[in-house]
Design a protein around this ligand. Structure first.
Ligand code: SME
Length: 160
């Protein structure tokens, strides 16, 4: 049984991520099943940070396929190179979008999404899956989010 995580309301981004990372470590080190782990990682981040959409897409050849997520129903297949997710997959790196309306080829999801981050996780040198997060605030994602979410993805890489 997971302990209930108490995140102080006044906690800043860094403190919040550090608390969430502790809980994510406990989840991942206590469970072998990848889908079960990704489901709880998405839930911990989504509710802990109040994002509008938080979830994974699995890399599958020339496309991404929807994995465990929190938020509204989303596109199930995204071709490599399309949308923010497909671009992060093709470039094999983190992509931060300050204003989704300015991103050519952006694939809309929730009505309130304003900014977005996508972080890849690697297995044997190849992108195995990506984490996609949306916020209802413009320019929400910074190098603070990138640093902590990359730590999350390094934990995920340990179970791929
Ligand atoms: N906005 C993404 C599509 C996925 S959803 O946001 C869940 C994109 O442009 O790739």
């Amino acid at each position: 049984m997971l302990e209930k995580l108490v995140v102080p309301k006044a906690a800043g981004k860094e403190q919040r991520y550090n608390l969430l990372l502790k809980q994510i470590r406990k989840v991942i080190y206590g469970e072998d099943n990848l889908v079960a782990n990704l489901g709880n990682v998405a839930a911990i981040l989504h509710h802990g940070m109040n994002f509008t959409w938080t979830g994974f897409y699995f890399a599958h050849g020339e496309e991404l396929i929807l994995g465990p997520f929190q938020g509204v129903a989303a596109r199930m297949h995204i071709p490599k190179g399309e949308g923010v997710c497909g671009v992060a997959y093709a470039r094999e790196c983190t992509v931060i979008v300050d204003d989704v309306e300015q991103f050519p080829g952006y694939i809309p999801c929730g009505d309130f999404d304003k900014s977005e981050i996508v972080i890849p996780a690697f297995s044997k040198g190849n992108v195995a899956l990506i984490l996609n997060i949306n916020s209802n605030k413009l320019k929400y994602f910074t190098e603070v989010d990138q640093k902590h979410l990359q730590q999350v993805m390094h934990l995920v890489e340990e179970i791929l």
